[in-house]
Each structure stands twice: as C-alpha cells, then as structure tokens.
Design a protein around this ligand. Structure first.
Ligand SMILES: Nc1nc2c(ncn2[C@@H]2O[C@H](COP(=O)(O)OP(=O)(O)OP(=O)(O)O)[C@@H](O)[C@H]2O)c(=O)[nH]1
Ligand SMILES: [Mg+2]
Length: 167
C-alpha cells in the first residue's frame, strides 16, 4: 500500500497481478526446493485470483508435473441448503475459470458437528437437497435454486470427516 500509494483493495489487486509478473522468480525458487507437493494458498477474496487474468495466467504457466484445484467450502457457510447451493455455484464458477481437476473440501467441521450429516447427504443425493430446499424456500428463490442445482455436481468425500484442524 505504501510503495504504490494504494488502498487495501487496490493493494490486493496489485499483489495478485505482481504474482503473475514474478512467475519466473517463483518458478526458480520452487524448482530449487524441488518439493514433492506444492500447495498455493490464494486469498479468500477469490475473485482477485480467479476472475482477473493474472490468476489463471499463473495456473496455466506455472510449470509442475500435475496440477489440481482444491476449493475449501467453509463449513459454517454451508449449513443451510440455499447457502450450500450458493457455495457450490461459486465452486463451479471457479472450476470453469481455472479449468483444472477439482476437489471440494469441507472445512471447519468442528464448528458444524450437528450439520455434517445433512451436508454430506445434500452433496451425495440431489433429491435430499431438493427436499431440504423445498422446506426452506419458496417462490422465485425456490425456482432459482432448483434450476441452479440441477446443473451442479458437488461431492465431498466422507472420509474427509476424519481430518481435524491442523492435520
Ligand atoms: N474452529 C475452527 N476455526 C478455524 C479452522 N480453520 C481456520 N479457523 C479460523 O477461522 C478464521 C479464518 O481463517 P481462514 O478461514 O483460514 O481464513 P484465512 O486463510 O485467514 O483468510 P482467507 O483465506 O483469505 O479468507 C481464523 O480465525 C482461523 O483460526 C477450523 O478448522 N476450525
Ligand atoms: Mg485462506
């Protein structure tokens, strides 16, 4: 912010674009370490990475053996059926944008112990999700959610439940 005289949002955009401009330096640093796995954590403000040109540029041009995207569904944000569909829609949009093999991961599950069973059921059985939505919403909102979810495919792997914070 100081160096380029920017506000918080402008600085985030600039930082995102600088990552693309420094891709050769990053590639060299990573190649020197030569890791088995490389995880690139991007900002929660996903539009900064996925919807500008610099993020997809980085994804396409960073040179590693195999690449995939991991989308973290914040557990506390997917506890209602409509929120679940909203997040699934966002995940699908990011998948479309990055065009990579895609894994959906449910996070912060210690905060939603009583909801995990529902969420896994919604993710594996579209009919149960439809029923849950029918109970929760009506009118235009109901029609919109139903039309959206018929084209979504969000599957969480149940064994992910075994992962705990920090593992
Ligand atoms: N209870 C609980 N809190 C968590 C967990 N993981 C992260 N948090 C907390 O959630 C808050 C936000 O952390 P994250 O969601 O990881 O967000 P971030 O990576 O800091 O920021 P962005 O990714 O840019 O949104 C912090 O206070 C973390 O300590 C978890 O598994 N359980
Ligand atoms: Mg984060």
């Amino acid at each position: 912010m100081k160096q380029y005289d920017l506000g918080p949002n402008g600085a985030m955009i600039m930082a995102s674009d600088l990552i693309a401009s420094k891709i050769d330096d990053l590639q060299r640093d990573v190649d020197n370490v030569n890791p088995d796995y490389l995880i690139v954590d991007t900002p929660g403000q996903i539009e900064l990475f996925a919807y500008r040109t610099s993020g997809p540029f980085f994804v396409q041009n960073f040179n590693v053996e195999q690449k995939g995207a991991i989308f973290l569904h914040d557990g506390s944000l997917v506890t209602t059926p409509t929120n679940f569909v909203s997040m699934a829609l966002l995940a699908s949009s990011i998948k479309l944008r990055l065009n990579l093999p895609f894994v959906n991961v449910l996070t912060k599950i210690d905060l939603i112990e009583d909801k995990i069973r529902d969420i896994l059921r919604w993710s594996s059985n579209i009919r149960s999700l439809e029923e849950a939505i029918a109970k929760q919403s009506d009118g235009e909102s109901y029609t919109l959610v139903m039309n959206i979810l018929r084209n979504l495919n969000i599957t969480f792997i149940p064994t992910m439940r075994k992962l705990t914070r920090g593992s």
